[in-house]
Ligand binder design. Sequence first.
Ligand SMILES: Cc1cc2nc3c(=O)[nH]c(=O)nc-3n(C[C@H](O)[C@H](O)[C@H](O)COP(=O)(O)O)c2cc1C
Length: 175
Amino acid sequence: MTVHPLRLALLTRNVDALRFGTLVTRWFAREVERCDEFKLDLIDLSVVPPADLSRRIDEADAVVIVTAEYNHAYPGDLKTAIDAVRRPWYAKPIAFVVYGGRSGGLRAAEQLRLVFAELHAVTIRDSLAFHEADFTSDGEPTDPTTPAAASALLTQLAWWSRPLRDARAQLPYPA
Ligand SMILES: Cc1cc2nc3c(=O)[nH]c(=O)nc-3n(C[C@H](O)[C@H](O)[C@H](O)COP(=O)(O)O)c2cc1C
């Protein structure tokens, strides 16, 4: 029996500039590529056209959002993108990889949970949270337990992704 890989959309705000978020995105993308369960679709919010974003979220079986924390929340351009998509979020599992100052971006993740509850999405309880000292300038995590945390997050995400993919295929989400 062929087992189709799950499509994972990795949504990030920027992959071009030499920003901390770029290191985090590139590292997490490598973790996804190491995982047999998922096929990666890296989406850069700073360049993706809105119709393209909607289609790629629709085609995804799982979504991971990489974002910074701004003023105890997530950045406005991310909210604009989330609002523009709407229905493709329904019954989708979503995990967060966040970064920022002292809080490591955790408040961005918590605020996103409220938004995605309204959009009938399933957010994964665990998240990965970083500040700049957590990565070397070469883009590797300094804490040796970080790869295991990423792997655990992807395992949880896959657990939700398979049954939700089957359920959406059988019946559109009733909302
Ligand atoms: C407008 C603004 C507000 C910020 N607010 C917070 C904050 O509330 N908490 C925090 O931990 N970091 C905060 N930061 C720090 C950013 O999260 C951090 O610099 C991050 O690396 C920026 O990522 P970016 O380059 O992807 O935008 C803020 C940065 C900016 C520019």
